[in-house]
Design a protein around this ligand. Structure first.
Ligand SMILES: NC(=O)c1ccc[n+]([C@@H]2O[C@H](COP(=O)([O-])OP(=O)(O)OC[C@H]3O[C@@H](n4cnc5c(N)ncnc54)[C@H](OP(=O)(O)O)[C@@H]3O)[C@@H](O)[C@H]2O)c1
Length: 333
């Protein structure tokens, strides 16, 4: 089968098209005949220099796919055969990660979700990573009482795959949303398609003043920080007493590391990346919820661009250049 392999870390062109052996499903697993593979920001960082955790080389990137179930492993009910599903991938034998950028991938059937009626496979695939993450971040903010009707929610990187879902979930809960992103194309998406109440370009030197003028005193009640670094630190200064600050993103190079004492003085609850580090089995109920919300028309993944499997390098280059809008997928023939 055709797939994409990384033999050394580096620029997007290290994503090479190669012939790979078909994956063999283990007990409880199935082969998915891949139609779409998800591409996430983290995969660009890992490919670049092995950031966060360096997988042994070579490896096939890709942690989430959509397609039809093919050959089944031992103990899997034959009813799975031919079903249209989306799932996080199980790395193929000998690999520590990935497996999704290929014509066939492995998944645990227990963690695979059947695509509900009313949702196409492409949109469902776009939700495999971003859906559970968005739902968990949203639930956590609601459960602390910070995200409630009338609250102000600040979404950083609002036009990315995850940010686009967070804007919609917060709006649907009756909150007011300030969406931040870089450039008019992304701000237009947030304002006109996602329903943000206000949009601010956070590459402007006065962006925090703009947010403050919009939300007034006492400040924002929730920050969803998908960017990190200096932008995240500046956003912390906008928080109201009792706010929740979710520092789950590192798109600018590193997570926002905030001073716990300063946060405690303001009664701000800090939450980090650990709140969304879950196994495929833990993610499944959250994914199913996101899929049902999307099938009912209440949540819409924004798929800004798709690339052929062979053009995986172009997909990574677009994300790194910040040209990508919403979610990026690979189409696999
Ligand atoms: N998706 C998930 O399930 C998940 C799970 C855990 C953590 N996260 C983290 O959450 C963040 C957002 O994830 P995502 O999936 O929404 O990613 P994405 O779709 O690739 O969006 C990333 C966003 O980051 C912004 N950005 C800011 N500085 C950037 C830079 N130097 N290079 C590239 N992009 C930059 C870009 O928007 P602008 O150009 O508008 O700034 C872009 O829209 C990432 O840090 C990711 O690692 C995501």
């Amino acid at each position: 089968m055709r797939g994409i392999q990384v033999r050394r870390f580096g620029a997007p062109d290290v994503l090479e098209v190669v012939e790979l052996p078909d994956p063999v499903p283990g007990p409880g697993q199935a082969v998915i005949e891949v139609a779409y593979a998800d591409v996430i920001f983290l995969e660009t960082r890992i490919r670049h220099d092995g950031a966060f955790f360096a997988p042994p080389l070579p490896y096939v990137p890709g942690g989430a796919v959509g397609g039809r179930i093919g050959p089944l492993g031992e103990g899997v009910d034959a009813a799975w055969q031919g079903r249209q599903v989306v799932a996080k991938t199980v790395p193929p034998a000998g690999s520590a990660t990935g497996g999704g950028y290929a014509q066939r991938a492995l998944a645990e059937t227990g963690a695979a979700s059947v695509v509900p009626h009313g949702l196409d496979l492409r949109e469902a695939t776009a939700l495999v990573h971003d859906g559970p993450t968005a739902v968990r971040l949203f639930d956590n903010a609601v459960s602390t009482g910070a995200l409630r009707p009338g609250a102000w929610v600040l979404v950083l990187a609002a036009a990315g795959g995850l940010g686009a879902l967070l804007v919609q979930l917060a709006k649907a809960a009756g909150a007011h949303v300030v969406a931040t992103a870089r450039g008019e194309r992304k701000l237009k998406l947030a304002r006109e398609e996602l329903g943000a109440d206000a949009v601010v370009d956070y590459t402007r030197h006065d962006w925090t003043d703009q947010v403050r003028r919009t939300v007034g005193e006492p400040g924002v009640h929730v920050v969803f920080d998908g960017v990190g670094g200096a932008i995240g630190h500046a956003a912390f200064e906008l928080t109201a007493r009792g706010a929740r600050f979710s520092a789950h993103g590192a798109a600018s190079g590193g997570f926002t590391e905030l001073d716990a004492t300063a946060a405690a003085e303001r009664g701000v609850t800090l939450a980090g990346i650990d709140q969304v580090q879950f196994s495929a089995a833990e993610a499944k109920p959250l994914l199913d919820r996101a899929l049902l919300e999307a099938a009912a028309g209440r949540l819409r993944p924004v798929i800004g661009q798709t690339f052929a499997l062979e053009d995986a390098a172009k997909a990574h280059a677009a994300i790194e250049a910040r040209d990508a809008l919403g979610k990026t997928l690979l189409t696999v023939g």
